[in-house]
Design a protein around this ligand. Sequence first.
Ligand code: GRF
Length: 224
Amino acid sequence: MSAASPRKRIAALISGRGSNMLSLMAAARQADYPAEIALVFSNKPDAPGLATAKEAGIATAALHHKDFATREDFERAMQDILLAHKIDLVCLAGFMRLLTPWFVEQWMGRMINIHPAILPSYKGLHTHERALADGVKLHGATVHFVVPEMDAGPIIAQAAVPVVDGDTPATLGARVLTQEHIIYPLALKLVASGEAKIVDGKVLTGEQINEKSLVVPNPSLRGA
Ligand code: GRF
């Protein structure tokens, strides 16, 4: 990267294992990737992903949300940490806390989330169970900008996977997760480089991306 376009400083917010965080960390190791993971933050001090990040030499911080009287008190303390680390963009990566409009407003257009379903279908929790119960034949994942409404906001990237006979929430979830690890680094690259722009509530990614196409090759469809 040239001095004129420094890598964006990313905070990954996690609550658990942090496999999406790891996929972002792996992408950020590429010299030409427009972002670096500057901080991993968790609302759960015992989140396994925190230890993983520490081992990789990344700065970590944790605040237990239960130590705060209100949701916003917790967020104000978290915001102080993000500002202290000079964060440019926030990536929610399995961060299991609903955010208040106040916090979302601080990061409007600068905070993205990964959701394990093809939005706007299956907002909320237990997406794989609900997709299986409905008998849908396609399921997947979405990366989107965060807005005050949960699991809404302009869509940056999506990937679809087939639902196959005999799938369980675990097998379907694993198939989706493989695609999450592809589209999250791709979406962050688009946002950090400034290629993804919100126009009239939708994300435009420019001609370069249209040429390349955002369709993610689906390994399980190979040879079909
Ligand atoms: C992922 O399925 C993500 O889509 C959802 O929470 C899960 C987090 O998994 N928001 P991990 O901690 O990144 O492995």
